[in-house]
Design a binder for this molecule. Structure first.
Ligand code: HSE
Length: 436
């Protein structure tokens, strides 16, 4: 059979890694796909930059549209990132009847509904395994391996850069900025690293996971997003004292009221496997009604781990090239006419437990006042630590863990606690999940 000709848009970390994997493992990959895969053309912003891959035999161009408009190319790999030029290129490729493989989570989270609708109209495949959790085949696992289950919830460490930063800060006491610079040098971070540390990248990925887990349209604008920049060494230490670790989690949960879709720092019991996922590694815990919990672990970023997922999608596309479009695995796991519009809940409707840290005066009645306020909102205290005041100071840190409550109740209680004359400054809140 003739080789399948593919064109790669972008030769950065992911594009370079993909060329390397496709070249090094060409024979093994062809045995799996049933046909040889030939990279005939690739585009890059500049043709003079040093690269991590050998581009011998590949026609290079700075014009990505020349690739998506090339009638010889059957499959386009969109590996440039961003959601504007990438969207134009992907839509043009689809219009031209080409199949697309992308690693672009922002593109799928923001424009996936439109892209998949166009792809269905044109009868082409758009695969995006590398968009979530780097090398972990989590899309395939949920979309295919767990398709007999009702997915109840999932929780994941889905940003390698953020996890790398939190791990280095905790284990080595390293400075936030210093670790972030290392993550950038290693090619883990986004072009705009605030996407990593503010949770936007994780929210893109969570939006995709929730859609394929629950059969709902992609709704990035409804995700609640909170970053890791407010986490202090103090919080990390107090959490450990109470038997917890702080991880930046993406959580999607289906409740009777709707779907919770949230990214935020979270205390989790230190004995959970997820609490021990360190460095750039990612992990996603998926709870299915039939299978129970399954944990999917692996490298969440980096050239070849991400390339591993891109190439797996290329193999899937090549295997299915001759199949009828209606017999292919649906883009978002559920048939497109079977997606349901379950409401995504606002932050106020989140039902979770909490870690609270506040500064209070060291005098009788302070704890009683705080417990009275919490009790009025029916919030139970699970644990409490009261620290000694520092020499010469009259106020001390108080750390409380509460049981689950609706976020709006907790916020109202915090407003009253902050108004107490014996409490200074703001109450620092971190959500807590037992992940049972
Ligand atoms: N910036 C992302 C991360 C890359 O650190 O996880 C992989 O999506």
């Amino acid at each position: 059979m003739k080789p399948v000709k593919i064109g790669i848009l972008g030769l950065g970390t992911v594009g370079g890694g993909t060329v390397n994997v496709l070249t090094r493992n060409a024979e093994e990959i062809a045995r799996r796909a049933g046909r040889e895969i030939q990279i005939t053309r690739a585009s890059a912003r500049s043709l003079d930059r040093p690269r991590i891959c050998d581009t011998q035999g590949i026609e290079l161009t700075t014009d990505s549209f020349a690739i998506v408009n090339d009638p010889e190319i059957e499959v386009v790999l969109e590996l440039i990132g961003g959601d504007s030029l990438a969207k134009d290129l992907v839509m043009q490729a689809i219009e031209n009847g080409k199949h697309v493989v992308t690693a672009n989570k922002a593109l799928i989270a923001l424009h996936g509904n439109e892209i998949f609708s166009k792809a269905s109209e044109k009868g082409v495949m758009v695969l995006f395994e590398a968009a979530v959790a780097g090398g972990i085949p989590i899309i395939k696992a949920i979309r295919e391996g767990l398709s007999g289950n009702r997915i109840e919830w999932l929780a994941g460490i889905i940003n390698g850069t953020g996890n790398f930063i939190l791990t280095e800060m905790r284990d080595k006491g390293r400075d936030f900025e210093d670790v972030l610079a290392e993550a950038q040098a290693l090619g883990y971070a986004e072009a705009d690293p605030t996407f990593d540390v503010e949770g936007i990248d994780a929210a893109h990925k969570l939006t995709i996971l929730a859609s394929i887990a629950f059969g709902i349209p992609l709704q990035f604008d409804k995700a609640y997003t909170e970053g890791i920049t407010r986490i202090t060494q103090q919080d990390v230490a107090y959490a450990e004292e109470l038997g917890y670790r702080i991880k930046h989690l993406g959580i999607a949960r289906k409740t009777e009221q709707g779907v919770e879709l949230r990214v935020h720092p979270t205390l989790i019991p230190e004995r959970r496997l997820l609490a021990n996922v360190d460095g750039v590694m990612n992990a996603v815990l998926v709870q299915g009604d039939a299978v129970g919990p399954t944990l999917h672990y692996g490298a969440g970023a980096g050239a070849e781990p991400t390339a591993s997922a891109v190439v797996a999608d290329v193999v899937d596309v090549v295997r299915a090239l001759t199949s009828d479009p209606e017999n292919r695995v649906p883009h978002l796991a559920f048939q497109s006419d079977a997606l349901v519009d379950i409401p995504v809940l606002s932050a106020n409707e989140i039902d979770t437990a909490y870690y609270l840290r506040l500064t209070a005066e060291d005098k009788p009645g302070v704890l009683a006042d705080i417990s009275r306020i919490l009790a009025a909102y029916k919030i139970s205290i699970e644990a409490l630590i009261q620290k000694e005041p520092k020499a010469g100071e009259t106020s001390l840190p108080l750390i409380l863990l509460t049981q689950k409550t609706l976020e709006k109740e907790m916020k109202a209680a915090i407003n009253e606690i902050e108004a107490l004359s014996t409490v200074s400054g703001q109450v620092n809140l971190i959500r807590l999940e037992t992940l049972k």
